[in-house]
Ligand binder design. Structure first.
Ligand code: PEP
Length: 281
């Protein structure tokens, strides 16, 4: 990934007709957890209306409590991929927690005959699950979205990405999603988006930010902007190439992370704000 042996290589990669690089920008708005076909279709239709080509959709949800909703898993993949294809979504970011999930995704994509592609997400809880990193790295059909570990150093997270690359897959996006802080915070995690230029300096990976999991709420600041929107803007100003953002048609009824999901009606404004910042910087 450009860290070792001092390689000077072009940044980025193409996947399913979309380019990901240190000089491109993509918004991945979507459902933190897929709950039902109706909400999935509302989400996809809204993305299509905004001319967006990518989304985030959680099928396999690693949860802190075993009693919380764990995601529909493979069961929801047929309608997720069918609807993504119907609405022209080219890339779906989807977390996987074990090798079996990669197989299930591959099988369902083939079965659906969908033109949609998947970016495999490695979540923060699996940031140093070296066996999983080797699994997503030893297949090259899907690119990987690696989420920084919330309790390890940046260096350790960058090394985890080297596991993916060393296994054969160099199509990796690095995602900052906030880190745990012992000081408590008004936000779910301490926002770490000042590290965007650091990751770009140290590696050739495109860099993503996840303001939803960083901020963790839907609070509005006195200037009228949502705090999630502020964080997304900060990430973009710092040079982020991707923004991952949770939306839901009815956040109050979302099965996972409802408090941080933005209302779907807010998507056009959220997108507009990012477009203005992108143009200005
Ligand atoms: C997610 O993106 O759905 C998620 C669980 O993120 P993280 O692994 O960063 O907590």
């Amino acid at each position: 990934l450009g860290r070792h042996r001092g390689q000077v290589e072009p940044t980025g990669f193409d996947y399913n007709g979309v380019h990901f690089g240190q000089d491109t920008f993509h918004l991945f708005a979507g459902l933190c957890a897929v709950d039902n076909p109706a909400n999935t279709e509302r989400m996809m239709a809204a993305l299509h209306e905004q001319g967006l080509q990518a989304t985030r959709m959680g099928a396999y949800k690693p949860r802190t409590s075993p009693y919380d909703f764990q995601g529909h898993g493979a069961e929801c993949l047929p309608y997720v991929f069918e609807l993504a294809g119907k609405y022209g979504i080219r890339v779906v970011a989807m977390e996987v927690t074990e090798a079996r999930h990669i197989e299930e995704i591959q099988t369902e994509l083939d079965r659906a005959g969908s033109p949609t592609g998947v970016m495999l997400q490695v979540g923060t809880r699996n940031a140093q699950n070296f066996e999983l990193l080797k699994e997503v790295g030893s297949q090259t059909r899907f690119p990987v979205l690696y989420k920084r570990g919330f309790g390890i150093t940046l260096e350790e997270s960058l090394n985890a990405c080297e596991y993916i690359a060393a296994s054969g897959n160099r199509n990796v996006v690095f995602c900052l999603r906030g880190v745990k802080s012992h000081m408590g915070a008004p936000h779910r995690n301490l926002v770490d988006f000042a590290h965007v230029p650091v990751v770009k300096r140290l590696t050739r990976m495109p860099v993503c930010v996840d303001p939803s999991h960083s901020v963790g709420n839907r609070e509005r600041s006195p200037d009228g902007l949502l705090e999630v929107q502020h964080a997304a803007g900060q990430g973009l100003i710092a040079g982020a190439n991707m923004v991952l953002a949770d939306f839901h048609p009815e956040p109050e009824r979302a099965l996972v992370d409802g408090p941080q999901a933005l209302h779907l009606e807010e998507l056009p404004y959220f997108r507009q704000d990012l477009a203005i910042i992108e143009e200005a910087y």
